[in-house]
Design a protein around this ligand. Structure first.
Ligand SMILES: [Zn+2]
Length: 280
């Protein structure tokens, strides 16, 4: 599933579209089967002749800015943008939205194999900011420099005290952009056992965790993200962050540090991978 780094890589590669004038934005017929794509085609009429003024990332969302309206776009479990040249390539089989530009030989296709993505028109940026998952979002794990003060203030909140850190890290309300992969990897780097209750983490450990999150997420951005089954940046290139993962998906394998077997547990219905020897 694309997490903050994969969405950030996508954003970086889509920067070439900023300033381009839209000829047409079109939802595919297939998209209409899924609730998060159910704008009417007429909702996109407004965009004809509008320029893309910015493409921003908020947590795991891409926010497409135009002069006024906004398109909020979530990659879901498997969404990816692909830039295709007109005429010479077949549309990917799970295409949900197409963006054509004036005087531009390429067009952008949003392909989403598992159908959990989102592509939705908002009347204004204010409306996007009031939209629930965004309104409740925590600090941006990819913010530079990492907002340590805010992170420490948030993690100190009483509602986290009795929860396991491995479960807290993925809920987006503490740190946005951390999903299952980078939760396990950040905890491995900080040498913290994911089953620890937040209240048992010392101040030093909390700081180390904050730094580990920032380091892990940025290292992943530098590798074009992690590709397990579907993720690609818009050029079609796959990410390589999976090559340095210490624990994610490695249950049954041996920890490279201490030779103990890496284990997998389930926290709030999500897998967590760790080395019980290295992570205390
Ligand atoms: Zn180990």
């Amino acid at each position: 599933m694309p997490e903050g780094p994969e969405v950030e890589c996508t954003r970086q590669y889509l920067q070439s579209l900023i300033g381009k004038t839209v000829k047409k934005i079109q939802l595919t017929e297939l998209s209409q089967k899924y609730p998060k794509y159910q704008n009417r085609q007429s909702d996109f009429d407004w965009f004809k002749g509008q320029r893309v003024t910015d493409i921003e990332r908020i947590g795991k969302f891409l926010v497409w800015h135009f002069n006024g309206k906004i398109i909020l776009n979530h990659l879901g479990m498997s969404g990816k943008w692909i830039l295709l040249k007109k005429g010479n390539q077949k549309l990917p089989s799970h295409s949900k939205a197409l963006m054509y530009f004036e005087k531009y030989p390429q067009y952008a296709v949003f392909d989403d194999i598992r159908n959990f993505g989102q592509f939705k028109v908002f009347e204004s940026y204010e409306k996007v900011m009031q939209h629930d998952p965004i309104r409740k979002m925590g600090i941006d794990g990819l913010a530079k420099p990492f907002p340590m003060k805010e992170f420490l203030a948030k993690i100190n909140k009483p509602n986290y005290a009795n929860r396991e850190i491995g479960a807290v890290l993925v809920d987006q309300k503490l740190v946005a952009g951390v999903g299952n992969i980078y939760k396990s990897e950040s905890l491995a780097l900080a040498k913290i056992n994911p089953t620890r209750l937040v209240k048992t983490l010392t101040k030093k450990e909390r700081k180390e965790l904050g730094l580990a999150i920032s380091k892990t997420l940025w290292k992943a951005v530098d590798c074009n993200g992690s590709t397990f089954s579907t993720f690609q940046i818009p050029t079609g290139q796959e990410g390589s962050a999976q090559n340095w993962h210490k624990v994610y998906g490695k249950h049954g394998e041996i920890c490279q540090n201490c030779k103990t077997e890496i284990i997998r547990i389930v926290q709030n219905g999500r897998s967590t991978f760790f080395c019980a020897e290295c992570q205390k």
